[in-house]
Structure formats: C-alpha cells, structure tokens
Write a protein that binds this ligand. Structure first.
Ligand code: J2J
Length: 543
C-alpha cells in the first residue's frame, strides 16, 4: 500500500511542460495563502461573502481565515497535513477552507451527503489527521459519523464540530478566537493545495490532487470567460465542495476579481430565489435537473430575478430544447460548461452564436489544453468523434495514491481518459454524446456502477448484481440494479435499499430501481465482461 501522505512522481507535470505553462503566464507562482493576501489587498473593504447572517468584507474574510489558520497550527498541525472538510454551504465553509490553505494545510473535500464508509475511505486514502463537519445538516447528526470514522482510521486524531461538539471533539468556532496569523505559511505553488474527489467510475471515489498553480489558473481564467467583474454577485447553490461551484468560475473565481459571493444553503428555488432578489445575484451555476426546476418555478416566482445575467449549466448534458428555454423563463444568458474535477473545463463563450450556446458544451479554457479523440480500443478516432482524452496546464497527471486507477485512467503520454464520448466540431466546440465508462450521472452526481454492485453483493441473500444507468426525465439518468438472489434466498426491494443505506454510503447511491432476475445470461456475453453484461441488460430492458 503506497504511503497516503506522499506525492507520487507521476503526479507532477514533466519539466518542459511546467516551464511552458509558467512562461505563458498560466502558472503565476502564487500559493493560496498569497492569493488571499492579494485579493484582500486589492478589494479590502468591498463585500466578499454573504452566508446566513454573516457578511464579511475581503479584509474581514482574510482576518477570519488568518485566525482559523493560527488556530489549526496552534492545535499542532503541520504544513502539508491533510484535513477532511465536510461542511454544508454555510458561514463556516469559506473562512475555514481559506484558513486551512493559509496555514499550508491540505483540505480534503467531502460532500455533506457522504456517509461513514465514504468518509473513512477518504480519510484513509489521504492520511487526514483531522475532520471538520457540521453538528447537523438536513436532519442528520454528523457527530456519530465522525466518531465512527475516527475509530476506523488511526491517522485521524482530531474532530472539529461546527456547532456543539461531543466529548472528545473540539468546537470549530473556538479556533476563530485565536490571534490571526500575520502571513501565509509558505508553500511551493507547484505542490498539492487540496484533494478533490472524483465522481469515480470504479469502486470508491478517487482523490484528485490539485496544485496551487494549476487551480488558481483555472478559476482566474474562468472568471474572465464568464465575465465576472467586481460588480458581479455569484450565488453558490450547488454543494460547495464540488469542483463546479468552486472553480467554474465558482466562488474562487468570483473572489479573484473582487465580486461578492452568496452562499445558498440549498439549490432549491425556495432558498435561492429570495437570495437572488435580496443580493442582486448576477451569476450562478446549476446542474440540468435543477435548471429545469428553476425554469418551472420562475413562472410562478414572487421574487424578482431580473438581476440574473448568466446561468451556467453543466455536470450533465443539457438538451438543446431545455437550453432554449433559459432566456425566455429566467431572462438571462445561458453558458454551458462541461468540466471535470480532474481538470479540463469547456465553456460556450458569452458572445458565441445562439446555435453554439444551445447545441454545444463549448471549448476549453486554455490554448494549451490538448484534446485527443480515441476509439474505445485506444486507436485514433475517425469522423470527429471518440473518447475524449486531454492534458494541459490544469489537468492532473495522476490520482493521489492510486496506482491501479492511474494505469487505467492515464495514457503513458500523460493524457487523462475522461470516458466521455464527444464530437469535436469543425468550429472547435465539443458536443458530449455519451460515456464509455460505467457510471450513472444522477443529476450531476456521478455514481460508480461497480460501487453499488459491491454494496449489493455484500448482502447475504444476493448472489450477483449488475447496475446500469437508465434515462430519467427529471434526473437525466437513474440507477437500476439487476439482482440475482442465492437459491432459495429471499430479499425485497425495500430491504435491500435499507441494507445499502445501513452500510454508510450517500443516499444518491442507493439504487433508484431494483429488478430481480433469475440469472444473467453470462454465456452470451462472456463470463467476466461486466461491461458487456451491463450493456446487454440495459438494451434488453430499456431499449
Ligand atoms: C455532459 N456531461 C457533463 C456537460 C460534466 C464544471 C462543470 C461540471 C463539472 C463536473 C466540473 C457536462 N455535459 N455539460 O467539475 O468544473 C460529465 C462528464 C464529465 C463528468 C465530470 C466543472 N459536464 N459532465 O461535472 O468531476 O461525464 O465535474 O467527465 O463531477 O461530468 O464530473 P465532475
């Protein structure tokens, strides 16, 4: 087992690439700590963050982050230590994350929806020494989860609770009372700033190491492409730990130009619309199912949404028909975004012809983003469509601590295999056409078929299980599990779902539908080829 605290050499860009990215000005050589000082110096008294009743200027945001930074260091953490952050879109999220980065600590992001099995996996994979979570959110008490993870993971010594801690845990807010750190803890801008989670096609989520240099480039360039200016107001509606609301252009992109960031506790229209009206929100990002919901809700909305200028939609395919409804219903411009936490992000440009904005997922951020289309056997694709492979100044070269996944997901030349089947149009824009991999894109959350299968097979009555994605009018895709029981065994749909929940995984991974079947016709498709089996089952039942 590789050491979870070490960076593997494959993670680093080859020296000539790194030199080019620096020479071209993509990598500015600034760490997140330095970046926070830069934005505070440039925009000090301007409003930076609105979250619940908290309102902070850039100066105040930096001071609070500096206090957290001093607090973490005072608790004995050393630069480079990893800290798991599982916080909802509330007042604590940004000051805490910026505090960690200022102290040279490495956040490991998790979603509020994750449960103990996933959190333990992320802690073990990163060697995290501390865990930060809310006391409760959406009716779930995170403290027993944190304690269970600590019991399972020897690296984890400290638990910070945003709210009331249990015995043996610390109160997060106490850290904010520490005398602020004067200057950021120096970090190599080429080093890993944080670990992001991948949607994952196989097994558990993998950890994505993003460096200061590459990430700051991606969101600063995104802010320009999305026309975020100091007078912009960006609403963070999607879960803040996701790469999309973080960096496309995200709250980091907004802060980089002196705009105001508003955190919405939920992406539901009931929470977001009043904030749009009250704060004059100009930009936000949504996954397609939420965009559909907002367009529906806007027809009867009591709130004034006139301030909205740009709606970014991505994370899953937005149909041209739905795309055409954005301006008539929400009165703002659509910007499609096709990105991934591993790096590459494509945008339609705001001055593109309507046809491009409605029908494509745009083109890359950087002139140095390389696009390679291969067929499913790895040969150069013909006819302008194939599986998208990419490398460039903000796309990782390897996952953290995952040699087997790396062997599958990266070519020897360092291209990341996205698993997305795309068409590259002559005008340079990409159209996402499907996926080569086996995951379910459930309302933008990527769920690995294999991970659900493994959880189902753990049930004593289950002999075998195969999970496929099924088109869903609202979610885009939903999961359907085909289950074969052991001879004579009995299990019901509801009991199996409850079993999966009880194993400590996020609710969005519980199969939406379970179909019991006698056996899989493995002979027809080859015994071990689960990919072919998935395709055959899907075709037979849902074609
Ligand atoms: C079709 N599929 C899409 C799109 C992502 C910005 C926006 C999204 C993500 C994201 C992100 C799609 N049409 N417009 O990180 O910075 C699918 C593809 C892709 C996978 C990545 C960002 N936009 N997808 O969704 O890491 O299959 O990032 O490979 O969660 O989502 O998922 P994720």
């Amino acid at each position: 087992m590789p050491d979870p605290t070490q960076t593997c050499p494959q993670q680093l860009w080859p020296a000539p690439c790194a030199a080019r990215y620096r020479a071209r000005g993509y990598w500015r050589g600034v760490s997140f700590g330095g970046w926070l000082d830069e934005i505070a110096a440039a925009h000090g008294p301007r409003e930076a963050l609105v979250a619940g009743t908290l309102r902070l200027s850039y100066d105040e945001l930096r001071n609070l982050a500096r206090a957290y930074a001093a607090g973490f260091l005072g608790d004995g953490f050393a630069p480079g230590d990893r800290v798991l952050v599982q916080l909802p879109n509330g007042p604590a999220f940004l000051p805490v994350v910026l505090g960690l980065l200022y102290a040279g600590l490495v956040p490991v992001y998790a979603l509020p929806a994750h449960r103990d099995r996933e959190i333990a996996h992320l802690v073990a994979g990163s060697g995290a020494r501390a865990l930060i979570c809310a006391e409760s959110y959406e009716g779930f008490d995170y403290r027993p989860l944190a304690e269970a993870v600590r019991a399972a993971c020897p690296s984890l010594t400290r638990i910070y609770i945003d709210g009331a801690p249990q015995a043996g845990m610390s109160r997060l807010a106490d850290l904010a009372d520490t005398a602020p750190l004067d200057a950021p803890v120096p970090r190599d801008p080429g080093s890993v700033a944080f670990l992001q989670i991948s949607g994952g096609t196989t097994g558990f989520p993998k950890l994505i190491p993003r460096t200061h240099d590459d990430y700051i480039y991606s969101f600063e360039a995104s802010a320009g492409i999305c026309a975020v200016t100091p007078r912009s107001v960006l609403l963070t509606a999607l879960p803040a730990a996701h790469n999309f609301p973080m960096s496309s252009p995200g709250y980091f992109g907004a802060l980089s130009v002196g705009a105001k960031v508003v955190m919405s506790p939920s992406p539901a229209p009931g929470a977001a619309f009043p904030l749009i009206a009250a704060e004059g929100v100009t930009h936000t990002g949504l996954v397609p199912p939420l965009a559909l919901l907002w367009m529906q809700a806007a027809k009867a909305a009591k709130h004034d949404l006139n301030s909205l200028e740009v709606l970014l939609v991505g994370g899953a395919k937005f149909t041209p028909e739905a795309a055409a409804q954005v301006r008539p219903t929400l009165g703002c411009q659509l910007q499609q975004v096709f990105g991934m936490a591993e790096g590459l992000v494509n945008y339609t440009r705001l001055d593109d012809p309507e046809e491009v904005i409605l029908n494509t997922q745009g083109r890359p951020i950087s002139p140095d983003d390389e696009i390679l289309l291969l067929d499913e056997d790895g040969a150069p694709a013909t006819g302008g469509h194939g599986v998208l492979h990419t490398r460039g100044p903000y796309t990782i070269r390897a996952y953290h601590n995952a040699p087997e996944a790396n062997a599958r997901a990266f070519t020897p030349e360092g291209f990341y295999c996205t698993g997305d089947i795309v068409r590259l149009r002559p005008d340079g824009n990409l159209e996402v056409q499907g996926r080569a991999g086996d995951h379910i894109n459930r309302a933008g959350e990527k769920v690995s078929a294999e991970e659900i299968e493994d959880n189902l097979i753990a049930h004593e009555a289950v002999f075998d299980a195969v999970v496929v994605s099924v088109p869903d009018r609202f979610l885009g895709e939903r999961s359907c599990a085909f289950v074969v029981l052991h001879d004579g065994a009995k299990a019901e749909d509801r009991a199996l779902k409850a079993f999966i929940r009880g194993r400590g995984i996020a609710e969005f991974k519980v199969p939406d539908q379970i179909v019991f079947t006698d056996r899989f016709e493995t002979t027809a498709v080859g015994k071990t080829d689960r990919k072919a089996l998935r395709a055959a089952l899907k075709k037979r039942h849902f074609a």
